[in-house]
Write a protein of this length. Structure first.
Length: 195
């Protein structure tokens, strides 16, 4: 740092730090990633518009660094800001990216009639109930233990069927990644028309 100047309030004012400029550029890159993740989710649904809060937060952090750019130890504040933004915006980006894929998979089924028969008991999907938590789900074995038929718009499909001991519903697996995507089908007392 060169010879520091004195401001009106007596505080020292120095040269612009190259480190702070680098920190601003890193945060700006993070803001761009955050916006990109939010836009990707918005192409599928406006439900995740709140994710733009992370981009606004990043712009605010950049604004504070620019405001303090000539003050001492601003580079330390910049490091703290980068760490905070990495975790907060990283969380937002992860939520948007993960849920974009989930919503796309779910949209395929939203316009369809989904039902399943397990031992002649009918279960139907209401068009919106879904879970992404497979922790307590138990796989239902098919023949000879159970007779399982799954229909998507009256077309029989072979899909994983699960139960939860704490519920009378069944869970139809539409995606088997990490935690999985499951449609929740409620029980009805109607016999299988194919019987």
């Amino acid at each position: 740092m060169s010879v520091a100047e004195k401001t009106k309030d007596g505080a020292e004012k120095g040269k612009v730090s190259v480190i702070v400029i680098m920190e601003i550029l890193i945060l700006a890159f993070g803001v761009l990633l955050s916006i990109e993740g939010s836009v990707q989710a918005l192409r599928v649904t406006f439900k995740y518009a709140w994710c733009f809060v992370f981009a606004v937060f990043g712009v605010g952090l950049i604004g504070v660094l620019i405001w303090r750019i000539r003050k001492r130890f601003t580079w330390l504040i910049g490091i703290v800001f980068i760490i905070i933004y990495l975790f907060t915006a990283g969380f937002g980006y992860f939520v948007c990216t993960l849920n974009k894929a989930r919503i796309k998979r779910l949209q395929y089924y939203e316009s369809k009639t989904v039902c399943a028969y397990v031992d002649d008991v009918k279960y139907s999907w209401d068009g919106k109930s879904v879970t992404y938590n497979s922790e307590d789900l138990i796989y239902v074995n098919g023949y000879p233990e159970h007779i399982i038929k799954v229909y998507i718009d009256d077309e029989e499909r072979s899909m994983g069927v699960y139960t939860d001991p704490s519920s009378q519903d069944i869970y139809l697996e539409i995606y088997g990644g990490a935690t999985g995507d499951y449609l929740i089908l409620a029980k009805e007392d109607i016999q299988d028309p194919g019987q």
